[in-house]
Every structure is written in structure tokens, then in C-alpha cells.
Design a protein around this ligand. Structure first.
Ligand code: NAD
Length: 502
């Protein structure tokens, strides 16, 4: 039985009203339409936005273009850009509780977790500020007396930044500060379900003194606003995080004008466990990897690949711990699993479960929606006897659902891990470092955790193999991703003639 925390109705609540940010001005949309967002945990409207359209997207892109072509931002010293990014980080820290509460109300994630995400985001902004001072090219003094080669790194230009709903403030913070550090300008579109914290970020950037047009923020649907942001000829690069399906569409749109794309997409991440692993540590990581953010996480460790000799014991121990996970009101500081983003998404998760049962999987724990009086919730769920070919073993369920598979040999574990289209991250657990390193090298994934899961730091690059994405975020090359390379080929002394010998 899940430990349930019943949500309380939001009493004396004031709905937050937002405009969109274009060229340094908070404005209404061209059509004056309004989008509303309800808390998935409380069922009450919590935010109201001006809905942008393609006309607004084109206005925002024009502002970003002007700010890039004629404005001061790309021409500032790295140190000046760093100072502004650091100032923004300080202001974010000052508004951390407000930002966390907005993310919790719109996404349904637990407030204690949301506070951790804002603190993590502030740390990323500070890391990006440090990198702003270190973007540099190279020189070649080895090309003979007559030539000096200088390789410049220049900001790429106008960047369209499109983000999903599951980590609203954290994901924009994995993109925007690095684009700004490089000297780019941006049009940002958060998910229409969770736009509030990104709009407050706009307020913070204006307060920090960012010149008009450098960052523009629009709220709207993918079809109405996202698509024009990926098609417009004045956009030089797209940085997209979201589903693999929309990622592919984004790449197709970008191809029309050959824009650079950076894609952070879906995952179906394995945790491979050998019999000599520290099972106490693993059980905790399995519960965390499966149920953190209600499993609505690209990095969720949703595929447990357990050595056959320990599978039964591990499943029963994970089930015991998972029963103690507190699920419900995300505003309660003790809650660990919050609400599911929309009723439609909950129905999609339940469909996966029904299909898996029909295919022969066994429900070891949970298995459906939890009625807590308000909002939509789901109990932590474990499916055993899952086979590699089943949809729950191959596709993103994006809910609090662990699928358990088994293996006999390291080779078999690797084959199962690599048998799907995704390759975002993986975990391996063994006291034997040979097992960890062999799996670490053979698994096709952008991050492999060894005897831990879902840790991270701004210094460590993050991104996916195969259909989990293209490019890497974070790490010391993150600013370079937003830069073009230009060669200055400089001649010294008299040239040797080509047409007429001198
Ligand atoms: P989504 O693809 O539906 O939407 C992502 C963003 O794209 C939203 O802002 C949406 O409005 C916009 N969009 C939708 N259609 C568009 C279009 N035609 N053109 C341009 N933009 C469009 O994804 P989601 O449901 O918001 O998020 C969940 C997905 O994100 C999952 O697949 C998850 O794995 C992935 N994700 C990946 C990472 C990562 O770092 N790899 C991180 C978080 C989430």
C-alpha cells in the first residue's frame, strides 16, 4: 500500500498572470488569446499567459536578430557577459522559493525536489559565467614564414531554445546561460504546461541589465510557436529538449535552412545489476531512479536488468522500499512522488500497463491511478517478467513504472541494454570494477553511472547516443556549442604569384 499524502485545495490563492517578453518589453500576444495552466495536483488554475502565435514568434526572432547584428551583447568582453550572468544567478538565488513553488504548482513535482533543481540551476549559471571568459580559438605559427593562421570562435547568432515540461527551470538553465556566455541572442519557448518559471527568469534577466532583445520569451504550443522558431531563416541554431518524435520534426524543419541543431531527447535507461553488487545501495538507487519526478524523467532508470540469481530477492526488496515512498501533495515538504502532468498522460501510462499485463508481465507492485481527491496521481509500480521485446521494455512510459528483465552473462546484459533505439544513460552495479568498466565501455549511452545513479555536475557533459539526441550539453565545451569557427589566414611578406610569376 502506497503512503498517500492528500492534496489540500489552494486557499486564498492568486493566479499568476504573465505577458510575453519581446525586445525588452512585456507585451500581449498579437491575437490577445490567453492560455491557462491548472495544477496537476490540485486541479485549480494557477497561471494565465498571453498565448503567442507565429506573428509573435516572428517579432521575437526579429528582435533577437537586431540585438545580435547591431546590439552590444555579442561585442561585450567575456568578463562583462560573465558579470551579468553571475548577477542573474544571484537574483535567481534571491527568488529561489518563488521559482520552486511555480515549478511545483505547474508540473506537480515535490517542492523539496523543485528547490533542489533551482539550486542546481543557479550553480549551472555560475559555471557558464566562468566559461564565458574562456571561449577562445587557436593560432598556428607552424605554417611557414609567409603564413599565420588564427582560428576564431564567434557566437553562432540567434538561437531558438525549446524546452519540455518535466524540468522547467533546470533545462532552460542547461541551455540559455551557455548561449549567452558565447554572445548569442535567443528566443525561448518553454512548454505551454510549465512556462511560469521561465517567464520569471525573463524578469530576472531584465533586472540584471540584459540589453533588450537578447532574450525573448514566448508561451505557446509547439505547432503555433515552436514550429516557426525552427523554420525561420533568421534563426541560426536550435537547441531543443523534448520527445524524440518532435526532435525529428525539429531536425527536418532545421534542414530547410540548414540550421545547427542540438537535441536532447527521450531515454529508456537500463540499470544492470550483478550478484556481487551492494544491494542496499542499489535498492535505494532503483527506487530513486524509477520514481523520482514520478518517473517523468528522460534519465529514469526504468529498465532494471538484474542477474537471474538475485532477481526475486531484489524485486521483493524494491517493492518493500517503494511502498514507503510518500506520494501525493507536492507542496508537502515530505512528499517524494508528486502528480502526473495531465490526465491524458496518466491514461497513456495506464495503457502501457494494461498492454504489458496482456503480454505476460507480472505486476509486482502498484499498477494504476491513485485517487487522492484532487489532481491525478499514480502509485509507484513494478512490472516483473518483462521480456526485451515488450513495449514497456523499449519505449518511454514516462511514469513511475519499473520494468524488470533478467540476464545470465555480461554479454547478454549488454545485448539487452543496447537492443533499443535510445541511448541516453545507463547504470551498472558490481563490486568488480572489471564488470563496471566493461559494461561502461560497451553500453551505447551518453552517461554511464557506476555504483550510483542519476548524479551529475555542470562540469560533466550530458546527452544521448542514437535516438536520444544529438550533441552534448554542460561540460567545458558547452559554450563552444553556441559558437561558429572562423579561420583568418594571414599572409606575411611578398606573395608568390599564381598567374604571373614575380
Ligand atoms: P515534447 O516533445 O512534446 O515537447 C517539448 C517542447 O517542444 C515543448 O515546448 C513543445 O511545446 C514543443 N513542441 C511540440 N511540438 C513542436 C513542434 N512541432 N515544433 C517545435 N516545437 C514543438 O516533449 P514533452 O512532452 O514536453 O517532454 C517530455 C519528453 O522530453 C520526453 O520524451 C523526455 O525524455 C524528453 N526529455 C529529454 C531530456 C534530455 O535531456 N534528453 C530532458 C527532459 C525531457
Amino acid at each position: 500500500m502506497t503512503v498517500m499524502v492528500r492534496p489540500q485545495a489552494l486557499a486564498d490563492f492568486t493566479v499568476r498572470e504573465f505577458k510575453m517578453l519581446i525586445d525588452g518589453q512585456w507585451t500581449n500576444g498579437a491575437e490577445g488569446r490567453v492560455l491557462e495552466r491548472s495544477s496537476p495536483a490540485h486541479g485549480q488554475v494557477v497561471s494565465r499567459y498571453q498565448a503567442a502565435t507565429a506573428t509573435d514568434a516572428h517579432r521575437a526572432i526579429a528582435a533577437a536578430r537586431r540585438a545580435f547584428d547591431d546590439g552590444p551583447w555579442p561585442r561585450l568582453k567575456g568578463a562583462e557577459r560573465a558579470a551579468l550572468i553571475n548577477k542573474a544567478a544571484d537574483l535567481m538565488e534571491g527568488r529561489a522559493d518563488e521559482l520552486a513553488r511555480l515549478d511545483t504548482l505547474e508540473s506537480g513535482k515535490p517542492i523539496s525536489q523543485a528547490k533542489g533543481e533551482i539550486a542546481g540551476a543557479v550553480d549551472i549559471w555560475r559555471y557558464a559565467a566562468a566559461l564565458a571568459r574562456d571561449l577562445h580559438g587557436e593560432s598556428y605559427n607552424t605554417l611557414g614564414d609567409g603564413t599565420l593562421g588564427v582560428v576564431l570562435r564567434e557566437p553562432i547568432g540567434v538561437v531558438s531554445i525549446i524546452t519540455p515540461w518535466n524540468f522547467p527551470f533546470l533545462i532552460v538553465s542547461q541551455k540559455l546561460p551557455f548561449a549567452l556566455a558565447a554572445g548569442c541572442t535567443a528566443v525561448v519557448k518553454p512548454s505551454e504546461l510549465t512556462s511560469a518559471s521561465t517567464l520569471v527568469l525573463g524578469e530576472i534577466l531584465m533586472d540584471a541589465g540584459l540589453p533588450p532583445g537578447v532574450v525573448n520569451i514566448l508561451v505557446g504550443t509547439g505547432a503555433e510557436v515552436g514550429a516557426p522558431m525552427t523554420l525561420h531563416a533568421d534563426v541560426d541554431m536550435i537547441s531543443f529538449t523534448g520527445s524524440t518524435l518532435v526532435g525529428k520534426l525539429t531536425m527536418t524543419n532545421a534542414a530547410q535552412t540548414l540550421k545547427k541543431v542540438s537535441l536532447e531527447l527521450g531515454g529508456k535507461n537500463p540499470q544492470i545489476v550483478f550478484p556481487d553488487a551492494n544491494l542496499d545501495e542499489f535498492i535505494d538507487a532503483a527506487v530513486f531512479g524509477g520514481f523520482f519526478n514520478a518517473g517523468e524523467c528522460c534519465n529514469a532508470g526504468s529498465r532494471l536488468i538484474l542477474h537471474r540469481s538475485i532477481a526475486d530477492e531484489v524485486v521483493s526488496r524494491i517493492s518493500e522500499v517503494a511502498k514507503a515512498v510518500r506520494t501525493g501533495d507536492p507542496l508537502d515538504p515530505a512528499t517524494q512522488v508528486g502528480a502526473i502532468i495531465t490526465p491524458q498522460h496518466l491514461a497513456k501510462i495506464e495503457k502501457y500497463l494494461a498492454e504489458a499485463s496482456g503480454d505476460g508481465a507480472t505486476l509486482a507492485l502498484g499498477g494504476g491511478a491513485l485517487d487522492l481527491g484532487l489532481g491525478q496521481f499514480m502509485s509507484p509500480t513494478i512490472l516483473s517478467n518483462v521480456r526485451p521485446e515488450m513495449a514497456v521494455a523499449r519505449e518511454e512510459v514516462f511514469g513511475p513504472v519499473l520494468s524488470v528483465l533478467t540476464f545470465e552473462t555480461l554479454e547478454e546484459a549488454t545485448t539487452i541494454a543496447n537492443s533499443i533505439d535510445y541511448g541516453l544513460s545507463a547504470g551498472v552495479w558490481s563490486a568488480n570494477m572489471d564488470n563496471c568498466l566493461t559494461i561502461g565501455r560497451r553500453v551505447r549511452a551518453g552517461t554511464v553511472w557506476m555504483n550510483t545513479f542519476m548524479d551529475g555536475a555542470p562540469e560533466l557533459p550530458f546527452g544521448g547516443y542514437r535516438q536520444s539526441g544529438l550533441g552534448r550539453e554542460l561540460g567545458r565545451h558547452a559554450v563552444e556549442d553556441y559558437a561558429e569557427t572562423k579561420t583568418l589566414n594571414i599572409h606575411i611578406g611578398p606573395r608568390t604569384g599564381w598567374w604571373m610569376p614575380r
